[in-house]
Design a protein around this ligand. Structure first.
Ligand code: DC
Length: 242
């Protein structure tokens, strides 16, 4: 059974600051950070490397059965989650704009979603998790104790992505990244299964003109405040680390 009280679900489109904020929250609470997007990226990479046709169910089933994904927490707070794909370190390879688009495409496939949703539930089962993605509050952990939906204006999200890529020493064109951001939003919001949308019971935070620290503080305030208001002992997971 999924231990809903101990799960914090943070969803939203790309570039809203989900990953950085989720890592901060997880660190502050002593929780595990579950980067579900990294898993879709890893599956996308495997399917691309092996030239698997997404419409070929038999090939998809055989391929998905072969995929083993291991998430490696970043060493520093600013590090993205690393990924071992069948034992191979693909941490860098999955973080390109091209892989983001491929991940978005493969994530619409029902077999991919079935496999990764099950894996994410397995990882979140023991609780103490900050799960971040597109459907963690709606589908993966619908009974999560806390749900947040982060949003921001597309232009600002694209600007953040460009800054991130340039900091990694890559060239990035703002207009091109904006177009990719809008296209990815459309794919993620319009797909038939587990589309990107806010859960009805999610708190919405607009991050357009808020700093990462400000948003992280807002989330922590909600989590810690509710904890002090409740007497349910099952919620004892939610407390600051150290
Ligand atoms: O968060 P990200 O940019 O690493 O995610 C890459 C893609 O993976 C995203 O465009 C859609 C897909 N994804 C998903 O469908 N469901 C999730 N829970 C997380 C990511």
């Amino acid at each position: 059974m999924i231990e809903s009280q101990a799960v914090i679900a943070i969803d939203g489109p790309s570039g809203v600051g989900k990953s950085t904020i989720s890592r901060k929250i997880a660190r502050a609470l002593g929780f595990t950070y579950l980067d579900t997007g990294a898993m879709y990226r890893a599956v996308g990479l495997f399917l691309q490397w092996n030239r698997i046709d997404l419409c070929d169910d038999q090939a998809m089933r055989t391929s998905l059965a072969k995929i083993q994904i291991q998430l490696l927490p970043g060493k520093n707070e600013d590090d993205d989650t690393g990924v071992l794909l069948n034992g191979e370190d693909v941490s860098g390879a999955i973080r390109t704009p091209e892989m983001a688009m491929i991940a978005s495409k493969v994530s619409a496939n029902p077999l991919v979603r079935e496999k990764l949703t099950a894996l994410q539930r397995e990882l979140g089962n023991s609780g103490g998790v900050v799960a971040e993605g597109r459907d963690t509050g709606t589908v993966v952990f619908p009974r999560a104790r806390f749900k947040f939906f982060l949003d921001a204006r597309p232009e600002e999200r694209a600007r953040r992505r460009v800054r991130q890529l340039r900091m990694r020493g890559e060239t990035a064109d703002e207009q091109e990244i904006l177009e990719m951001t809008l296209l990815r939003d459309k794919n993620d919001r319009e797909r038939a299964i587990a589309p990107l949308r806010q859960a009805e019971d999610a708190r919405i935070i607009d991050t357009t003109s808020r700093s990462i620290d400000e948003v992280a503080r807002l989330v922590l305030e909600v989590v810690l405040e509710e904890r002090t208001e409740t007497t349910d002992p099952r919620e004892d997971h939610i407390q600051p680390a150290g």
